[in-house]
Ligand binder design. Structure first.
Ligand SMILES: Nc1ncnc2c1ncn2[C@@H]1O[C@H](COP(=O)(O)OP(=O)(O)OP(=O)(O)O)[C@@H](O)[C@H]1O
Ligand SMILES: O=P(O)(O)OC[C@H]1O[C@H](OP(=O)(O)OP(=O)(O)O)[C@H](O)[C@@H]1O
Ligand SMILES: [Mg+2]
Length: 281
């Protein structure tokens, strides 16, 4: 039975549960359940703190896990980032009151508050910058400057509104671009992992693509297919009315309206877009 670690709390937990549900796995009914056996799919889910998941996977205690790339890096543990999952996207940045610090070099001799101490210390060490102290705190990092605990912070930024509300501005490079990731232990892939991965890949494709159907005069099929080449090759079938073909093809959801406009211009009619629920490509 494949053992999978899943975030039990925080920003990662709800979208991870949603993704696994779309992949056909059983869901826990109660947020306090710690273990869930899905015998039908031959997997066992362990609901753990997102920060600890990299450690369990790194030590090989579980066969797979979902966590944040930033948490994996900060754990200092070796595990393989097998696949990016497209949610909990964030950037990791330094920030300070704009009048005080605006360059990474100015961090020398300052106190920096963060929940990601390993990540920050590694970044500073690589640049030969010696902070007075890197203070590790659990959350609400943006408040530390106002509270007089730190001179600057290093934290997760999504929209930037938390930083703005605290009167802080980012400076320097993005230290890390993060999102939720599927991770696995170093070494041989555990039995059953490929099935989990294919199911997740299926969900990602179903989210990214839609199915497009349209009718088109035969002499314009080639032009239309140039606009919608599909992943491999579009299905082109004859319509009952002679001189017309029906085309079925996958297109990126984000481009679907632009593509419909183009197809219409070429002469396509009856253009339909349908949501894809699941895929195995
Ligand atoms: N506002 C946000 N937008 C996008 N991703 C976020 C946001 N806050 C945290 N994350 C990401 O979620 C993961 C952190 O999850 P974690 O559960 O530790 O923190 P959290 O979501 O802040 O939860 P909490 O603060 O309630 O403990 C990291 O990968 C981080 O980059
Ligand atoms: O750029 P924004 O869209 O404002 O999002 C970023 C904020 O969201 C998270 O905080 P969370 O709400 O999890 O609180 P925490 O600081 O206690 O973890 C993160 O730690 C940042 O503080
Ligand atoms: Mg948080």
């Amino acid at each position: 039975m494949l053992r999978i670690a899943v975030p039990n709390k925080g920003s990662l937990s709800e979208p991870a549960a949603q993704m696994l549900a779309e992949a056909g796995y059983r869901q826990r009914r109660d947020g306090r359940e710690l273990v869930l056996v899905d015998a039908e799919n031959d997997v066992e889910f362990f609901f753990l703190r997102p920060r600890d998941i990299a450690v369990y996977v790194g030590h090989g205690t579980v066969d797979a896990g979902i966590t944040g790339r930033d948490l994996l890096v900060d754990s200092g543990v070796e595990a393989i980032e097998h696949r990016a999952l497209g949610f909990a996207r964030s950037r990791f940045h330094f920030a300070a009151p704009p009048a005080s610090i605006s360059r990474v070099e100015d961090l020398a001799g300052t106190r920096i508050a963060t929940s990601y101490k390993v990540l920050v210390e590694k970044y500073l060490a690589e640049r030969g910058i010696e902070a007075a102290e890197v203070i590790r705190l659990d959350g609400a990092i943006e408040s530390t400057v106002q509270l007089g605990v730190a001179d600057a912070v290093a934290d997760v930024v999504e929209t930037g509104s938390t930083l703005r509300a605290a009167g802080l501005s980012v400076f320097g490079d993005v230290l890390l671009t993060s999102e939720a990731v599927l991770i696995r232990p170093v070494g041989e892939i555990r039995p059953g992992f490929d099935v989990l991965d294919r199911r997740i890949q299926g969900v990602l494709t179903a989210r990214e693509y839609v199915l497009m159907d349209y009718n088109i005069p035969l002499e314009r099929v080639a032009r239309a297919v140039d606009v919608t080449p599909g992943l491999e090759s579009p299905t082109v079938s004859p319509l009952r009315e002679s001189g017309w073909a029906a085309v079925r093809v996958m297109v990126r959801r984000s481009a679907s309206h632009r593509i419909m406009d183009e197809l219409y211009e070429i002469g396509a009619r009856g253009i339909l877009v349908t949501k894809i629920h699941a895929t195995r490509l």
